[in-house]
Design a protein around this ligand. Sequence first.
Ligand code: ZN
Ligand code: ZN
Length: 76
Amino acid sequence: MAYLLSCPACQAEGLDPRRSETSCTQCGKAFRLTPHCPDCDSELERVQACGAVDFFCNRCNNLVSKRAARYDIQPQ
Ligand SMILES: [Zn+2]
Ligand SMILES: [Zn+2]
């Protein structure tokens, strides 16, 4: 089961963090997602490994999982 983020518009878990531009599967509103490192707050780079997308922090030199990242969610 994919990990989904809570939608700021309808509060349901309907946003896919694997995409930078995503729309809520529940209410259909479009958002731009920017992942940030939980440790240093830098913007994370998306990396794709074995079909799963995780994030990489260039400052910490560390992989960050989708569940650990913090997301800046802007309506489009
Ligand atoms: Zn929604
Ligand atoms: Zn970091």
